[in-house]
Design a protein around this ligand. Structure first.
Ligand SMILES: CC(C)(COP(=O)(O)OP(=O)(O)OC[C@H]1O[C@@H](n2cnc3c(N)ncnc32)[C@H](O)[C@@H]1OP(=O)(O)O)[C@@H](O)C(=O)NCCC(=O)NCCS
Length: 163
């Protein structure tokens, strides 16, 4: 059985992360973008390994009591195996640990897979950013009160579902 591990993303992960980006996005993040992100003090980046190889990653920007998800990516060959869910559990947990009370992100209006994942974490659409991407609008999604017992119970259900 594969070994899955979630840990902090480090500069040593950038080369593997770039390869995943290139496989997933027409305009992938460059090594420079990753390095710049990791240098910011208000960012949290997590890496997810399968058998000690990078299979996905995700990041957060923390501003006041809001956390903004900057990216969540699972390598195509590892999709629909709940790795995205594991990354989200890690990111939401990190957001709460850093004092965030709400969580937001932008997602392509056509990206129904990601939207379904985010809905499981209680995120709901609140608006559209026109032409946020070069070729498409973004749906803005939010979830509030992530620091509450009710939300912790929601995360417990997701976690139990993984087991
Ligand atoms: C979005 C993404 C991270 C999901 O990763 P994943 O590991 O496949 O997700 P999971 O296996 O944890 O799926 C969790 C839920 O998301 C939804 N989902 C995931 N893939 C889906 C698909 N292809 N179609 C419909 N729903 C999907 C389902 O609700 C799923 O719950 P289920 O397992 O109970 O069916 C992955 O598809 C990805 O990397 N996409 C490209 C990058 C991207 O779009 N990132 C988001 C940018 S905002």
């Amino acid at each position: 059985m594969a070994t899955i591990g979630l840990r902090a993303f480090t500069p040593d992960d950038i080369v593997a992360a770039e390869a995943i980006e290139r496989a997933v996005y027409p305009q992938p993040w460059s090594a420079r973008v990753f390095a710049d992100e990791l240098e910011q003090s208000n960012r949290v980046y997590l890496a997810l390994d399968v058998d000690d190889h990078l299979a996905g990653f995700g990041g957060l920007m923390l501003v006041g009591d809001e956390a903004h998800i900057t990216t969540v990516v699972v390598a195509p060959e590892h999709r629909q195996g709940r790795l995205g869910t594991r990354l989200m559990l890690g990111l939401v947990g990190a957001a709460v640990d850093h004092g965030a009370r709400s969580l937001t992100l932008e997602v392509r209006t056509s990206n129904l897979a990601a939207q379904a994942l985010y809905r499981r974490f209680g995120m709901a659409p609140v608006g559209v950013r026109k032409q946020y991407y070069r070729d498409e609008d973004a749906l803005i999604m939010w979830v509030h009160d992530i620091d509450t017992d009710d939300y912790a119970a929601r995360l417990d259900v997701i976690r139990e579902d993984l087991a």
